[in-house]
Design a protein. Structure first.
Ligand SMILES: Nc1ncnc2c1ncn2[C@@H]1O[C@H](COP(=O)(O)OP(=O)(O)OP(=O)(O)O)[C@@H](O)[C@H]1O
Length: 269
């Protein structure tokens, strides 16, 4: 199909036309006028915060197939909520609904009374999620991906190297920084994707089975990292198939039974 002709095909958007007047001090450049404001940054004066996420009676159906039976859960700052349950119980579907990636068939998800939608910059500023594998770029190294994430989320250029080295070092994959995603093992790739989710600022981490493909030692390391993150002020909601790991680090465990209505154990919903 022929692509519509437009300004984007005429050359790099950053190149101002010859003789174009430079923007006056304080005036937005052409790119800044076109590209929406970044959702957040590591160098913002006020880090992202929230008072509560509330998923109320959320359900998902496709035809007669119930992907998620009515579920209610409240998440507050500083909580680490681990969700356990059998295959097919709707755990991943719930994470997608909670993070505004999937619209529920019924019920609501709100953050401090506002609807949660991942396309909304206010939501993107608060939630960092890793639900399913990321596609990635074939010709970009792990470090390149991390630079992209860091700069997209407003990190200052000068500090990017240190931030990226720190997260890679914490996950014990600094030596893989210059590898391509296709050149690492499945467990190493899991850690690289976790690095991307951890690098950007957020107040709520939403992770689907982050322990998958990790050996026992690296699961223990991940538990420590999640605990550090919570102590730094972030909440975490994650699905886990390792009850021992969940017990070791979660402040609350939610069991998703097959079928049946679920109400958060915190009793407040
Ligand atoms: N796109 C889809 N269309 C229809 N049904 C789906 C779809 N995706 C998932 N399901 C169904 O929804 C239900 C919940 O799936 P979900 O992936 O949320 O389960 P889960 O608890 O995360 O399972 P697991 O532990 O195996 O990852 C399952 O019965 C699944 O077959």
């Amino acid at each position: 199909m022929a692509r519509k002709k437009g300004p984007a095909q005429k050359g790099p958007a950053q190149t101002p036309p010859k003789n174009a007047a430079a923007p006056a001090a304080g005036e937005k450049t052409a790119v800044e006028k076109t590209v929406p404001a970044l959702p957040g940054g590591t160098n913002v004066a006020h880090p992202p915060t929230f008072t509560e996420f509330l998923a109320k009676d959320v359900t998902c159906k496709v035809g007669d197939n119930v992907m998620l039976p009515p579920t209610t859960m409240r998440v507050r700052p500083g909580e680490n909520v681990a969700i356990l349950g059998e295959n097919g119980a709707g755990k991943t579907t719930f994470l997608r609904v909670l993070s505004g990636n999937l619209e529920p068939s019924g019920g609501t998800v709100t953050r401090d009374g506002q609807p949660v939608d991942e396309r909304d910059p206010a939501t993107r500023r608060i939630i960092s999620s890793l639900i399913g594998p990321i596609a990635g770029f074939r010709d970009m190294t792990i470090a390149d991906h991390l630079i992209l994430v860091d700069q997209t989320w407003g990190g200052d250029r000068g500090g990017a190297g240190d931030r990226i080295a720190a997260v890679l070092n914490r996950l014990d994959i600094l030596s893989l920084a210059n590898r391509y995603l296709s050149e690492v093992s499945s467990g190493q790739r899991q850690l690289a994707e976790l690095a991307m989710a951890l690098l950007r600022p957020s107040a709520l981490l939403v992770l689907d089975e982050p322990e998958q493909r990790l050996d026992a030692g690296r699961r223990a390391m991940l538990a420590e990292v999640l605990d550090e993150r919570r102590k730094q002020g972030s909440s975490i909601v994650w699905v886990c198939h390792d009850p021992v790991m969940a017990e070791s680090v979660a402040t609350r465990i939610e069991h998703f039974p097959q079928g049946g209505r679920r109400v958060s154990q915190d009793g407040s919903a």
